[in-house]
Ligand binder design. Structure first.
Ligand SMILES: *Cc1c(COP(=O)(O)O)cnc(C)c1O
Length: 382
């Protein structure tokens, strides 16, 4: 099968942002007229809206997702809740930013393997030794799937771990832990969370942006100060800080997109369902759909093949389907971490890296597009 007419892009940001153009134009004019280009009213309002969504008391706008995580960890060090050299449990299957934040703050990584089905952190791979030495844990809601369940909740509580969520891929995800009668929002289930508004994320800016959410007033205070040269008030610096602030323009754009988060995440969820119902090929495993469907916002739709990954990717490309791989090399195997010592094995993470493909799933695609991709996948033979 070879089709020269079909071209399904992996992620067409122009299409994703097109519905917002008229509103963006107005916001742009308003921000110019306001004379306030960093922080200010738009940033304050976005912070309030994100705090409401994540069900936290505080939200602090920052420059990007990596900085959000760095500022949280630095903040805990300033508050004396973490000390340089303390260990943080992080899933081995993640984007490198999760790990960079830990090592940048002078903390040590305890990478752990992920569950084969959820592709996320799992208590199964966290050893007694890890728990005896770790001070914090960073659940990463990778691909948009909430990495949080009753077992993980019990484990962090029993061991008094600080929970720092990496919500870069999962804004708007909610979980409902069976038997606990509680509902959690990504960004509000731990002690603090780092969010990203990088353009490719489900709610993406037209540039960089990020946010820290927390219920801890002390952490919110320190993060805000650290992000603004470590100053608590003008020309008075209490910390050796950074410049990690959020632009008014990005905040204004983000507020417009945030109003449609239910449509955006809902369409992605629909697309995932259509894939699951239509992809039928013995060479391919589709991702598990969680029992509580709202706990997944499908930032990525990651299939696995028991055939040759690169051959399947080439076939899809020849048939007009653009794909991606998240991620071809786990961060631990990157040259920058070649000196990292860890005793764990990462069998699931390593096997995933060689067998996964991310399919197009954005809200800019039609149900017809998703069915077409499924049909083309079903026609694949090795
Ligand atoms: C994108 C991403 C980040 C970093 O966000 P930036 O805004 O690009 O700095 C962190 N963690 C994960 C899992 C991500 O996908």
């Amino acid at each position: 099968m070879h089709n020269n007419h079909i071209r399904i892009p992996f992620l067409d940001l122009k299409e994703i942002n097109r519905p917002f153009e008229a509103e963006f134009d107005k916001a742009f004019q308003n921000v110019i007229a306001s004379g306030r280009y960093i922080g200010g009213e738009e940033v304050n309002l976005l912070e309030q809206e994100i705090a409401q969504l994540c069900k936290t008391q505080y939200a602090v706008g920052v420059s990007n997702g990596l900085d959000a995580l760095r500022l949280i960890l630095r903040g805990y060090i300033e508050l004396g809740k973490l000390n340089p050299g303390d260990k943080v449990i992080v899933p081995a299957n993640t984007y490198i930013a999760s790990m960079l934040a830990v090592t940048d703050a002078g903390l040590r990584l305890i990478p752990v393997d992920v569950d084969n089905a959820t592709m996320n952190i799992s208590t199964e791979f966290i050893s007694e030794d890890d728990l005896a030495t770790a001070k914090a844990i960073m659940p990463v809601h990778l691909y948009g799937r909430m990495a949080w369940d009753a077992k993980l909740k019990a484990l962090v509580e029993q061991n008094n771990l600080l929970v720092i969520e990496d919500v870069a891929q999962a804004l708007g995800a909610k979980s409902n832990i069976k038997g606990l009668f509680e509902s959690y929002s990504a960004g509000g289930l731990g002690h603090a969370a780092g969010l990203s508004f990088y353009p490719t994320k489900n709610i993406g800016a037209l540039g960089d942006g990020g946010m820290v959410t927390t219920n801890d007033p002390d952490l919110a205070y320190v993060v805000r100060a650290l992000a603004n040269y470590g100053s608590d008030c003008r020309y008075h610096n209490i910390y050796i800080g950074y410049n990690c602030r959020l632009d008014a323009l990005q905040a204004a754009f983000l507020r417009i997109k945030l109003r449609q988060i239910e449509r955006i995440n809902g369409t992605r969820r629909e697309n995932a369902k259509i894939y699951a119902a239509n992809i039928q090929n013995p060479l391919i495993t589709t991702p598990q759909i969680p029992e509580y469907s709202e706990s997944h916002v499908w930032h990525q739709y990651v299939i696995r093949t028991n055939g040759t990954r690169d051959k399947l990717r080439a076939y899809l490309n020849d048939n007009g389907i653009e794909t991606d791989v998240h991620y071809p090399t786990p961060p631990l195997h990157q040259p920058c971490y070649s000196n990292l010592k860890c005793e764990h094995n990462f069998a699931n993470t390593d096997s995933m890296a060689g067998s996964i493909i991310s399919l197009p799933i954005s809200e800019a695609l039609s149900q017809h597009d998703i069915k077409l991709v499924s049909q083309i996948i079903n026609g694949y033979k090795e």
